[in-house]
Design a protein around this ligand. Structure first.
Ligand SMILES: [Fe+2]
Ligand SMILES: [Fe+2]
Length: 210
């Protein structure tokens, strides 16, 4: 069964803001993903682990940026909570985490970061990368939360979708605190453009969140 209506209006508004993503995921991705739900859960667990790990690394690298430390610290706790939640779901199904995987999507996005310039500019590169990963994850969780056959799993992914939408906004707002809004806007549109090219170049896999 396909449910076409979002559960509440605030989520719809969130998505209107988020439609900056230039390429929508092929809805058939859900069909292949739900056929390999074990692999999707494992990949999802690693995505949450990477989100927490990257958040900690950001705090350490920019420990003199007060607002970064303040905003990213609770985010790390939340991402680790997500990791635990996915692990719990895996334990119920007797799925093991296994070896870590390389996320080609994230590797390609990281390669786009401009490492020259001021520390503020470099911080903004990182914040926009994080924002983009959150936005894309959110878009994929949304598809799962609307279109999976299993109602329990639809609800499971709905919670992640809401949470990652909040993270996306937080990273964008944080970026605007460290570089002028016009700069952030321009760079963000370059990231969006590049992200759509990355997605076009990657195979649509049912065993990957990205
Ligand atoms: Fe998360
Ligand atoms: Fe997140």
């Amino acid at each position: 069964m396909i449910r076409l209506i979002d559960k509440n209006r605030s989520i719809s508004i969130t998505f209107a803001i988020m439609l900056g993503l230039q390429l929508s995921t092929d809805p058939r991705w859900v069909n292949i993903a739900e056929k390999s739900i074990s692999e999707i859960l494992i990949d999802h667990a690693f995505c949450e682990q990477k989100a927490a790990t990257s958040g900690i690394a950001l705090i350490v690298k920019f420990s003199d940026f007060e607002q970064v430390v303040k905003e990213v610290t609770p985010l790390v706790a939340e991402e680790w909570g997500h990791f635990r939640k996915v692990m719990k779901e895996m334990e119920k199904r007797d799925i093991k985490l296994g070896p870590a995987r390389k996320d080609q999507y994230v590797v390609a996005l990281n390669a786009f970061q401009n490492k020259g310039g001021s520390r503020n500019a470099y911080l903004v590169e990182k914040l926009l990368t994080f924002a983009l990963i959150e936005a894309r994850s959110c878009e994929r969780f949304r598809l799962l939360s609307l279109n999976m056959e299993d109602e329990y799993m639809r609800n499971f992914y709905h919670e992640f979708m809401v949470s990652e939408a909040g993270h996306y906004r937080m990273f964008i707002e944080l970026a605007r605190k460290y570089m002028p809004p016009e700069y952030v806007k321009k760079r963000w549109s370059e990231y969006l453009e590049h992200e759509s090219e990355i997605l076009r170049s990657l195979e649509l896999r049912g065993d990957r969140i990205h």
